[in-house]
Ligand binder design. Structure first.
Ligand SMILES: *Cc1c(COP(=O)(O)O)cnc(C)c1O
Length: 479
């Protein structure tokens, strides 16, 4: 499998060539040259596979520059019940990404948040950790990962890369701006290759520092600076797997269809759903759910894509969806315009937005690509958390609640025999304040995390200054 850039000018690299980078050199995002096709018979043959075997079957069609025995071993090392079944009990303790029916055959949660940091980003990030280590060893190289986080991404990356040979992680976070639980999750890691840096400023300032450091080409080359952000193709590829898993768990034969409703921010999660569908997975509908930051909902309803300025981005109670522009959206638009890089560039311009209202392309969004969308808000989020708790005795987190709200609103527009799977992206305990606001009470953390907030923490507090951060990294880069 070769890859191409949405901007059409980055050659034909293989999976491992693009693994350690972010954007393509032409500024585009990588996609497979063609989508491998999975027919109904093949799909039915996968029904009894354990998760890591299913992952291998999906991924070997997207990755052909890792020998198959090695890829199989990487999948087995990544998707283990000990890693992904954190908060499960009984018979389901072995089931990775279980489907939990709220109404049998009709409405379910696809649980993606039972991994080490209790959020769905673990699903792909753990794989990235193992493949990074593998590929760096093969190349005899080392890498320093630099990133900024306001929560879930940073901790998922640190838990995936802790103790991995050849990789160091420098993760910037806004000093005093994360929840106590989130802080404890990251700062209590004492692994030698993990460096937490609390920036005395806001998240945007931390991100600006990362951009400034990465823009220094000679520093970046000298210290082999890499990233693990949500545009990384390996993350998207790994996420494709659970759409197959969810489909197989919710159906009995591969003539059936399902629909997915996905809480969305950077369009990474639902982009993987789009790719699964392009690979032939029988998906009747992909519903994009946003919070008050409804850039994506606006596009899918109207055809207008209007990225916002950071200062026009709302701070909400589903913070991992607080985005002003959706980094992965370009991947879908590329497919929408018939994989024509020139058409993509004409439309995309310099990222200021575009308007497809009334065009044949916009008609294809729903007709050919099966997309729909909806938005939620703080009040609707609280109401949905309460409703799901009262009606089904199940607790959901604020992000999942945004998707559940949209799912309940739209379920009647689906054919009655199509089950609707809502992707569960975080454990409610991570957002205890909002749960308390909704229900008057919050769930306790899992047994092995009860003492998290009292563990010793390792963090350096630095000024929001690129030079200071560069100095800090240079002193800790052993080569
Ligand atoms: C990152 C995240 C999202 C948004 O996912 P995207 O891939 O950015 O669309 C939703 N919910 C939670 C809990 C997250 O951490």
């Amino acid at each position: 499998m070769r890859y191409l850039s949405t901007r059409g000018d980055a050659g034909r690299p293989g999976f491992c060539d693009i693994l350690l980078g972010g954007l393509a050199p032409d500024g585009g995002l990588y996609l497979p040259e063609t989508y491998p096709q999975i027919d109904a018979q093949t799909l039915d043959g996968w029904r009894t596979l354990p998760y890591h075997e299913l992952a291998y079957e999906v991924l070997r069609r997207l990755i052909d520059d890792i020998p198959s025995d090695d890829l199989r071993a990487l999948c087995a090392r990544t998707w283990r019940p000990e890693v992904y079944c954190h908060v499960r009990e009984g018979a389901r303790a072995q089931d990775i990404t279980p489907v939990t029916w709220l109404e049998r055959g009709k409405l379910a949660l696809l649980e993606l948040s039972n991994g080490p940091t209790l959020a769905f980003k673990d699903m792909a990030m753990q794989f990235l950790g193992h493949v990074f280590e593998y590929e760096l060893a093969r190349r005899g190289q080392t890498l320093n990962i630099l990133g900024a986080t306001s929560g879930d991404t940073g901790s998922a990356a640190e838990y995936a890369l802790r103790g991995k040979r050849g990789v160091r992680v420098f993760m910037l976070s806004p000093h005093g701006k994360m929840s106590a639980f989130q802080r404890a999750q990251m700062y209590s890691l004492t692994d030698e290759n993990i460096f937490n840096i609390a920036i005395t400023g806001l998240f945007d300032q931390a991100q600006d520092v990362v951009k400034a450091v990465s823009a220094d080409a000679s520093f970046k080359a000298r210290h082999r600076i890499g990233a693990v952000n949500s545009i990384n193709w390996a993350r998207i590829a790994a996420q494709v797997v659970y759409y197959f898993k969810g489909y197989l768990a919710a159906t009995e034969n591969s003539r059936q269809q399902v629909a997915f409703c996905v809480p969305s921010g950077n369009f990474g999660n639902v982009c993987a759903g789009h790719i699964a569908r392009q690979m032939g997975l029988p998906v009747a509908r992909l519903i994009v759910a946003t919070n008050e930051n409804d850039v994506l909902d606006e596009f899918f309803r109207t055809g207008r894509y209007r990225p916002r300025a950071p200062e026009d981005t709302f701070v909400t109670s589903s913070p991992s969806m607080d985005i002003s522009k959706a980094s992965n959206f370009e991947r879908f638009v590329f497919d929408l315009v018939g994989r024509d890089a020139l058409a993509l560039k004409r439309l995309w311009g310099n990222g200021q937005g575009f308007d497809l209202a009334g065009t044949p392309e916009f008609t294809r969004v729903a007709q050919d690509f099966a997309f729909a969308s909806g938005a939620s808000s703080h009040a609707l989020r609280l109401k949905t958390i309460r409703r799901i708790c009262e009606q089904y005795n199940v607790l959901i987190d604020p992000h999942t609640a945004d998707a559940m709200h949209v799912a309940l609103q739209q379920r009647d527009t689906l054919p009655p025999d199509v089950p609707l799977l809502v992707l569960e992206t975080a454990q409610p305990v991570k957002f205890a304040d909002t749960l308390r606001e909704a229900l008057g009470d919050a769930p306790p953390p899992p047994e092995d995390m009860r003492d998290l907030e009292t563990r010793p923490q390792k963090v350096a507090v630095l000024a929001p200054d690129a030079e200071v951060v560069k100095e800090y990294i240079a002193q800790r880069d052993v080569e």
